[in-house]
Design a protein around this ligand. Structure first.
Ligand code: CP
Length: 299
């Protein structure tokens, strides 16, 4: 089926097709493409942007939403399995949007579901709909996805948005700079992926003038909820903080992205810097998700 579980479920051509469709939805967000359709929104883990932008996208397309925002109000608390939950909900609806804390859960759900499943984040693994809005934001701010200097900063180990985004950008000849403490560096599997695909990447632990070469500075939150040991989180929680004075020599076209939520990693006074793009990025999520839904349902 037309599930979107990992960003590599889309070819480069499909990525470009969905981005073009997102631009159409940005011009005309309200339509009746989902009239008579029901989308199930199953969030087993907290969310603000992903859930609300999916729900906004569905509403703007004339669809209806069922689901839960907290699995404690579902029969999961009685011991119902993900398999049974998914199978049964897939008989109620035309499409499932699912966030779950376990890596691989969305793939599993897509295999037992009778309708397409869109992965709204599975543990530290993948967040492909976020990637589509990130790419849309990069395209809008840079005019291209090709040949960009992409700097990714923070929790590159547990940050699922980073994992999906680096795979998608690998179609477009990027140069990556990864800035992370040793405890939070990019997992080996993604390094192997980049090496196999001849992607240029550099790893750094210092967060300093090297960002002056960036076209995109992609900041991330340290993912407290993924740490097995709270003391390990305490050691790295404020490892990098972006401040306004660090931006004075950065390129004019450079834009700061962050999937949000932010904790401390971007000082609040950066918000009014013209290079800050993260709130517009979150708005782009509505258009990107409209395009993803339309593709999943062949509309
Ligand atoms: N970017 C993102 O996934 O945010 P939420 O956790 O609020 O959905």
């Amino acid at each position: 089926n037309k599930s979107l579980v990992s960003i590599d479920d889309y070819t480069k051509e499909e990525i470009l097709e969905v981005l073009a469709r997102a631009a159409e939805f940005e011009k005309n967000p309200n339509c009746s493409l989902l009239e008579g359709k029901v989308v199930a929104s199953l969030f087993f883990e907290p969310s603000t942007r992903t859930r609300l932008s999916f729900e906004t996208a569905i509403s703007r397309m004339g669809g209806r939403i069922v689901g839960f925002t907290d699995s404690s109000s579902s029969s999961v608390t009685k011991g119902e399995t993900l398999k049974d939950t998914t199978k049964m909900v897939s008989n109620y609806c035309d499409l499932i949007v699912m966030r779950h804390p376990i890596e691989g859960s969305a793939r599993y759900a897509s295999e037992v579901s009778d309708v397409p499943v869109i992965n709204a984040g599975d543990g530290a693994n993948q967040h492909p709909s976020q990637t589509m809005l990130d790419l849309y934001s990069i395209m809008k701010t840079q005019g291209t996805l090709e040949n960009l200097n992409i700097f990714m900063v923070g929790d590159l180990k547990y940050g699922r948005t980073v994992h999906s985004l680096l795979m998608a950008l690998s179609h477009f000849n990027p140069t990556f700079h990864f800035i992370a403490p040793p405890e939070l560096e990019i997992p080996r599997g993604y390094k192997i992926f980049m090496e196999k695909n001849n992607i240029k990447y550099f790893e750094h632990t210092e967060f300093n003038d090297i960002i002056n070469d960036a076209d995109i500075l992609y900041m991330t939150r340290v993912q407290k909820e993924r740490f097995a040991d709270p003391l390990e989180y305490e050691k790295v929680k404020n490892v990098y903080i972006l401040k306004n004075d660090m931006l004075s020599n950065t390129k004019d076209n450079m834009r700061i992205l962050h999937p949000l939520p932010r904790v401390n990693e971007i000082a609040v006074d950066v918000d009014t810097n013209p290079k800050a793009y993260y709130f517009e990025q979150a708005l782009n999520g509505v258009y990107a998700r409209q395009a993803i839904i339309a593709k999943a349902l062949n509309l």
